[in-house]
Design a protein around this ligand. Structure first.
Ligand SMILES: *[C@@H]1O[C@H](CO)[C@@H](O)[C@H](O)[C@H]1NC(C)=O
Ligand SMILES: *[C@@H]1O[C@H](CO)[C@@H](O)[C@H](O)[C@H]1NC(C)=O
Ligand SMILES: *[C@@H]1O[C@H](CO)[C@@H](O)[C@H](O)[C@H]1NC(C)=O
Ligand SMILES: *[C@@H]1O[C@H](CO)[C@@H](O)[C@H](O)[C@H]1NC(C)=O
Length: 887
């Protein structure tokens, strides 16, 4: 079976340390899972493993308390019926834990301990991170004459690399103002010594004469074959090697030189075959104490219709990277912005590039123009040089002495930036991940000052969706880094979500209510006060994120922008003509760096509009705003934690901050060197705004909403109104149950996870019932927020009622009735299984601890018989993990 399920569970204690080895996976004979254990919640890892019948393989990457476990492959007949032995066993335990009939029994207690010690359990599916064939590109001019500028550098540094003169990104004879500007740093002896950059890619040819001396084996690993060396093996495994050459090609007599030719490069191979989510997560944390920079030139499809974010495990890895990598200074994640601009794609529809934890790098070409492929968005921080207007990047290739002269795309822009960051870290290894972003914002250079896409930020910096803060400049960046005083720790303010016209969204992304999007759009305000900032020890603004709930029959028609208290506008979503998804934005999170250093106090106004295509419409259901920045008092340090609940509307758990964004299907990252066509030869431009969004500039056939036609009902009802009653009630509940809390949120997650699992299973069996979902089951499933819960189930999870309630497990689930909740049920989320064929579990009152039996009853251990999934095969089942949200 194919369902990668996420079961989210809860808490307790145990510390078992297996060596962080990397075992070869044997997917042909075993099924693999990732289990997140909650230490101090009662059951040890060994106990859980034995109860679930799994074998603990190793730690899951660098993620705390996460373990890779496996079982011998189930027999095929069970799988065909949609069963999963491990998940079913856990569910059986969960039911036992919450069965009122067994409420005070030992077995119930025992089950409860085990169940509540598991926070998350998900089956790992092998998935191909599809690597596309490289574009066929006309070779560049190989015989450009040596120019005088290059010759001078060659002389001064004694350079013998034969292709150095062709490396225009290092010394640009024709357009000397357009280059990475690093040779002056080399002359100062700054070449990146001591810094390691990992190329998370399709391999790295460490046998190349141009890379061997700078290859860092301890930071390298091959997740495709589970072996130590990242050997390129497929005919088109040249992408990672080329990117590595840009960073650290050795100064010798082979090809050209790297931007930081004195630094080291590691290869982490993930793109050349199917890997699981946990392997991608582990890759992003591989050797992350000694490796400083992770250069990632891949992402979700750049097709102008995908909207995908990394899933829970991968988000955890990125968060872990910035929190714990490099001795706590944080891994520097550099992501290519994407090559889909010709398809109208934007980097705010990609959860990797719009993460606040990544530095998003777009491209400009050797003339300084914007190449047709390079994606724009408010999350673009900077541009670096790459192919376009007929010139490509010259670098090392796979082979002993092979060079490449057709490299390009934003794939090649990211490593050029990574090289500059390596230079800076070699002189200031103490700088943290946010320092790198600050320095980038402050030192980037305006290019094409006449380009109408430039706008001024509130503090007077030029910003553009195409160029971010401008072109990364080695000399400017590194000299500023030398003097830089490290920023104070990060803090954040999460404003309560605004719910519009009773708009709701459950954990599978079904949205109801909201205001109809009228011509001219809808506006809503969130007011940030001085107190809001003071409470969170907040000093200076860096990133903002905006989560939106918008239903629409054609997602690509929706335009979203936010205007700051100082009148600075960030376009978050511009029209995407090719995006016909009917699933809207169920809690999708956008990001903008355009408000960096702005005073955030006052009204933030969002405007949601559409282009008014005949026959298409949508509703605006709600939104939330988060501000990230530096602390006033640096001694107060908060630690960000992921939540799985944040795509719910109205939100339920406020005390769990989050970066989680499971709004869309799991993506299949791929290198971004695949371009629609001959990306390197097309002439760039510098005369068009990236987006029009109602400005009247640009695209004439886009409807121009008039901003005066604001729907009155929208403005009127849209002040943040946290549901005080609910939260008050909840906290009472929680404080009444101290034994349980610490855990309440997690218990929820557990319950929700189980809910999702069984809900999805049920859905497969009664697809017809979901025909009311927009676009049909298939589509709806694909857009499900991966790990978020359904509202109704969540309510049920809070407690059940009690023993006098109908305890018949065979009855269907009762609708959630929060007002009926009894704290007694808190223990083990009960019934969030809204699903006919799942017995509605009942939660029991916390039972006195007593002895328990170890062995679950045999029939419970073995899974229940299940109706077989409907014949629709692939779509209903794994779709939300497997499928890209594209159509
Ligand atoms: C460029 O000049 C250097 C040094 O003058 C020389 O070694 C190299 O062969 C020249 N390269 C080309 C392509 O002419
Ligand atoms: C590169 O740095 C030098 C300082 O060494 C500066 O004078 C020059 O203008 C810079 N070039 C570019 C293209 O920024
Ligand atoms: C990191 O580097 C240090 C010193 O070079 C070395 O002793 C240590 O083993 C390395 N750690 C890892 C995890 O590679
Ligand atoms: C929202 O729900 C409340 C209470 O159910 C109701 O009074 C109100 O009219 C609803 N508002 C809208 C805009 O539907």
């Amino acid at each position: 079976m194919r369902l990668p399920f996420s079961l989210v569970l809860v808490l307790l204690s145990y510390d078992s340390v297996l060596a962080a080895t990397h075992q070869k996976r044997t997917y042909s004979t075993h099924d693999y899972y990732v289990l997140e254990h909650i230490p101090h919640a009662g059951a040890s890892l060994a106990e859980i493993a034995s109860q679930l019948g799994v074998q603990v393989v190793e730690r899951a990457g660098e993620l705390a308390n996460a373990w890779v476990v496996r079982v011998p492959k189930e027999d095929a007949s069970l799988q065909k019926r949609g069963g999963d032995l491990v998940l079913d066993t856990l569910e059986a335990l969960r039911r036992r834990a919450s069965s009122p009939l067994l409420a005070r029994s030992a077995e119930s207690n025992h089950a409860r301990r085990v169940v509540s010690s598991v926070k998350y359990l998900s089956r790992q599916e092998l998935r191909q991170r599809v690597k596309r064939a490289p574009p066929s590109i006309r070779p560049g001019d190989e015989n450009k004459p040596n120019g005088t500028l290059a010759a001078a550098v060659v002389d001064r540094l004694g350079i013998q690399d034969p292709l150095f003169p062709q490396q225009w990104h290092l010394v640009n004879e024709e357009y000397p103002q357009h280059m990475m500007n690093v040779t002056a740093l080399w002359e100062m002896g700054i070449t990146g010594q001591g810094i390691v950059t990992a190329l998370v890619d399709d391999g790295l040819d460490y046998n190349s004469d141009d890379l061997a001396d700078n290859f860092y084996a301890p930071g390298s690993y091959n997740y495709n074959d589970h072996e130590d060396l990242p050997t390129p093996k497929l005919f088109d495994d040249h992408h990672g090697t080329r990117c590595a050459g840009q960073i650290a090609a050795v100064k010798n007599n082979v090809c050209g030189m790297g931007v930081a030719y004195g630094s080291k490069v590691a290869g982490i191979r993930i793109l050349s075959g199917p890997i699981s989510d946990i392997d991608e997560a582990a890759a992003l944390n591989y050797n992350y104490q000694n490796t400083s920079i992770f250069s990632c030139s891949w992402g979700p499809p750049d097709d102008g219709k995908s909207m995908e974010a990394p899933n829970y495990l991968i988000q955890r890895a990125m968060l872990n990277g910035i929190q714990s990598g490099r001795g706590g200074k944080g891994s520097v994640f550099v992501f290519a912005s994407g090559n889909g601009a010709v398809y109208g794609d934007q980097c705010n529809f990609d959860g990797y590039t719009n993460s606040i934890y990544s530095i998003t790098v777009a491209a400009i070409d050797y003339k300084g123009l914007h190449p047709i492929y390079s994606e724009s968005c408010a999350a673009n921080l900077v541009v670096a040089y790459s192919s376009g207007s007929g010139n490509h990047i010259v670098t090392t290739d796979v082979g002993k002495n092979a060079c490449a002269n057709t490299h390009g795309g934003t794939s090649a822009a990211a490593p050029n930036a990574a090289g500059v960051y390596a230079l800076a870290l070699s002189v200031r290894p103490d700088l943290n991940w946010r320092d790198m972003q600050h320095l980038t914002v402050r030192t980037a250079q305006v290019v094409n000052a006449e380009d109408p896409d430039w706008d001024k930020t509130a503090v007077g910096r030029p910003f553009s969706y195409k160029y971010g803060y401008g072109a990364l400049n080695g000399v400017e960046f590194v000299t500023a880094a030398q003097k830089w005083k490290s920023v104070k720790p990060q803090t954040w303010v999460e404003m309560p979500a605004v719910q519009i016209a009773n708009g709701t969204s459950n954990f599978v992304g079904e949205m109801k209510g909201g205001d109809l999007i009228v011509p001219g759009g809808l506006q809503s305000k969130i007011t940030v006060t001085k107190d809001d900032l003071a409470k969170e020890n907040f000093e200076a603004l860096e990133h903002i994120t905006v989560r939106v709930w918008i239903s629409h029959t054609k997602r690509g028609d929706v335009e979203v922008e936010i205007t700051s208290p100082n009148g600075i506008k960030s376009v978050l979503a511009a029209r995407r003509r090719g995006d016909f998804a009917k699933t809207g934005y169920p809690g999708w999170r956008f990001m903008s760096v355009k408000h960096w250093d702005e005073n955030p106090i006052g009204d933030w106004t969002i405007r949601v509009s559409d282009v008014g295509t005949e026959g298409h419409s949508g509703h605006f259901l709600g939104w939330s705003l988060s501000l990230f920045g530096s602390t006033v008092d640096p001694t107060i340090v908060k630690t960000y934690e992921l939540s799985l609940l944040d795509t719910l509307l109205p939100p339920l758990v406020q005390e769990t901050p989050t970066t989680s964004d499971p709004t869309s299907t799991k993506s299949h990252p791929k290198p971004t060197d695949h371009l629609p066509g001959d990306h390197g030869t097309a002439e760039g431009e510098a005369s068009k705004p990236a987006f029009d969004n109602g400005d009247g500039k640009g695209d004439a056939d886009v409807a121009q909403p008039t901003s005066t036609a604001v729907a009155p009902s929208a403005t009127a009802s849209m002040t943040p109104t946290p549901d005080e009653g609910w939260f008050t009630g909840m906290s009472n509940l929680v404080s009444d149950r101290k034994w349980f809390f610490g855990a309440a949120g997690l218990v929820l997650l557990f319950g929700l996870g189980v809910g999702i699992f069984f809900w999805r299973r049920a859905v497969r069996r009664r697809r017809a019932a979901y025909s009311t979902l927009p676009g049909g089951d298939d589509l709806a499933m694909r857009s499900l927020p991966g790990d978020a819960p359904r509202t109704k189930e969540l309510y049920d999870a809070f407690g059940e009622p009690s023993d006098d309630e109908d305890a018949d497990e065979e009855t269907g689930l009762r609708p959630g009735r929060p007002q009926d909740r009894s704290p007694g049920g808190l223990g083990f989320h009960s019934g969030f299984l809204d699903d006919e064929d799942i017995h509605s579990p009942r939660s029991a009152s916390p039972a006195p601890q007593r002895a328990y039996r170890d062995e679950p009853e045999e029939e419970e251990k073995r899974t229940r018989e299940r109706a077989s999934p409907s014949g629709s095969g692939g779509s209903g089942d794994g779709s939300w993990e497997h499928a890209s949200q594209t159509r």
